[in-house]
Structure formats: structure tokens, C-alpha cells
Ligand binder design. Structure first.
Ligand code: SF4
Length: 291
């Protein structure tokens, strides 16, 4: 998934790459090498704020593993050596962001819907080890809908053994709001169970995008229910290392969706801290391009 990533340079192509795209990411704190496992742009959610442009068909419909791995090796090598900053779009990268932080499984849909998810994760982990990039994280950016599936569980175990981290989306407290924002036939309780089970095995990061619908921000009751869901995960023995609160940054799927103000984002993060005791970080809509 996805489009839940915040980054300042977000083209999905890097020179001639088709599957691997380096981006500067505030949330990663440097250079993030995106791997797009959904070139067909298919997702099992249909979020009202999705920023994937589905009106334009992609040139590539299928993951071609050999090409993907070659692109990843080339891009990691360029990034790790620092040569990536010598010219082109990363030339003006500020010094504090000139760090290779992670390989992020993200892209134009939900990465765990890719049927060879475990195999590609394994192949990327092997490559990362071969290149000696032990301090580079592997980040799975996911809507959590498939975390219970065996091939995904196998992939998660590989991530756990290779500096992996799960950044999972949760941005509703009630079933009704979940359906309104994420527009999926998948049940809200399935998402909550998957998050809980994943968080019982390793600490996870929650990504929560809140927005205005027809100019209405989420109700306070919805936000309190969101905190209740986080507390239920904690009460079940789940660990949440961070809650990222953010808002719409780029052109959303629906024109009735607009960003929250910075103050509204701050207020939600403060509520999360106060109601759950968790760490929460804010990412504003308007300043996204100002890093
Ligand atoms: S989960 Fe939502 S935001 Fe992410 S790619 Fe799918 S529809 Fe877009």
C-alpha cells in the first residue's frame, strides 16, 4: 500500500525503473527505497483519500521478480554509496536526510495481496544481507487486511528476522466510519484482529490518516473510539511503538476529501497520547512539500 506514505518526491519511477522508486521520506527520516508490488494498481480497499492515480493505466501489470531485484540492487547500491545525491532529483537533499533508511514495501496497492509476497520478501532480505545493509530497515506498509493469511505470515517472519517493521493503517474507531473512509467489504473486526495478532508478536507502528469529508472533520466521539481500539490492542498484549497521525497531502480519490488543519492534527495526536499513553507523531498536510 501504498499511498499512505508521505514523501516529498513521490514519483513511482526512478529513471527507467518499473518497480523500485527511491523517495525522501520524513517519516523514514531519510531515503526510503520503495518497492511496488502492485503495478496493476489493484487494492482490496478503495479509500476515499487514496492518492494512487487509477485513471491512468500502468505500463507494467505484473511483478517481474528478476527485474525488480535488479532495480533494487542498483538503487540500493547508488543510495548506499551516496552517488544518488550527485545529480538528478536527489541533488539538493539536505545533509540530515542523506541517509539510506529503509526498503519500503508500498506502491500502488496493498502489497500483501501479491501472491508471492513471502518469496519476494525473502529475496529482498537476501539481497540486503549480501550488500551488507544490516542497518537498513524493511518496512511493510499495509492496510492489515491480509496479515492472517499463511503466505503473509511467512513474509512477516522473514521481516522480523531482517530488521523488519510493520506500518499498519488504522484510521477509524467504529465500523461505520471505517466503511465510509476505507470502502472495503473486509470487516472492521478482521482488521482489528489482524492488528492485535501482529502486535502481539512484535511492536508495530500505526498509521492513521484523518481528513475532512464534505468539510467535516471526524467527530470527537469517533476519535475517542479510535483511541479505544488502540487501547484494546494494548490490553490484549499488543505492542504499538508509535502512532503516526497525518492528513491528506496530495490529490485524493474523492474531491469532497480535504486535509485537516495543523491544529486539528495536533489535537488528535494529543488525544491519542492522553487516552492511550502511546507515542504519537504529527505530519501536517500543508507542510508536506516543505522538508
Ligand atoms: S489501502 Fe487505501 S490508500 Fe492504500 S492503496 Fe489501497 S485504496 Fe489506496
Amino acid at each position: 500500500m501504498t499511498s499512505h506514505r508521505l514523501h516529498t518526491l513521490h514519483e513511482r519511477s526512478f529513471e527507467t525503473n518499473r518497480f523500485v522508486y527511491p523517495v525522501l521520506s520524513r517519516r523514514a527520516g531519510g531515503l526510503s527505497i520503495g518497492v511496488n508490488l502492485n503495478p496493476d494498481k489493484i487494492c482490496n480497499f478503495d479509500c476515499i483519500y487514496c492518492q494512487v492515480n487509477r485513471t491512468r493505466q500502468s505500463e507494467t501489470r505484473f511483478v517481474e521478480t528478476d527485474d525488480l531485484l535488479r532495480e533494487l540492487e542498483d538503487t540500493l547500491t547508488l543510495a548506499a554509496s551516496g552517488r544518488i545525491y550527485e545529480s538528478g532529483k536527489f541533488h539538493d537533499t539536505p545533509p540530515h536526510l542523506r541517509r539510506l533508511r529503509d526498503i519500503a514495501f508500498s506502491g500502488d496497492g496493498e502489497p500483501t495481496t501479491y501472491r508471492n509476497f513471502d518469496e519476494i520478501i525473502e529475496a529482498c532480505a537476501v539481497l540486503k544481507r549480501r550488500l551488507g545493509l544490516d542497518d537498513v530497515r524493511m518496512t511493510l506498509i499495509t492496510n492489515a487486511s491480509m496479515l492472517h493469511r499463511p503466505h503473509v505470515q511467512r513474509g512477516l517472519a522473514i521481516l522480523d528476522a531482517n530488521q523488519g517493521e510493520i506500518w499498519a493503517k488504522l484510521e477509524a474507531g467504529t465500523d461505520e466510519y471505517f466503511r465510509r473512509v476505507d470502502r472495503t467489504p473486509i470487516a472492521f473486526h478482521r482488521i482489528l484482529e489482524n492488528l492485535t495478532q501482529a502486535a502481539q508478536v512484535r511492536p508495530i507502528v500505526i498509521q492513521a490518516l484523518f481528513l475532512r469529508i464534505q468539510n467535516e472533520p471526524p467527530s470527537w466521539a469517533e476519535l475517542e473510539a479510535f483511541c479505544d481500539r488502540l487501547n484494546e490492542i494494548l490490553a490484549a498484549g499488543g505492542q504499538i511503538k508509535l502512532v503516526q497521525i497525518y492528513t491528506v497531502a496530495r490529490q485524493p480519490a474523492e474531491s469532497y476529501v480535504t486535509p485537516l488543519t495543523n491544529e486539528e492534527v495536533d489535537a488528535i495526536a494529543a488525544l491519542v497520547r492522553q487516552r492511550t499513553g502511546l507515542s504519537a507523531t504529527e505530519y501536517y498536510g500543508a507542510s508536506l512539500n516543505a522538508d
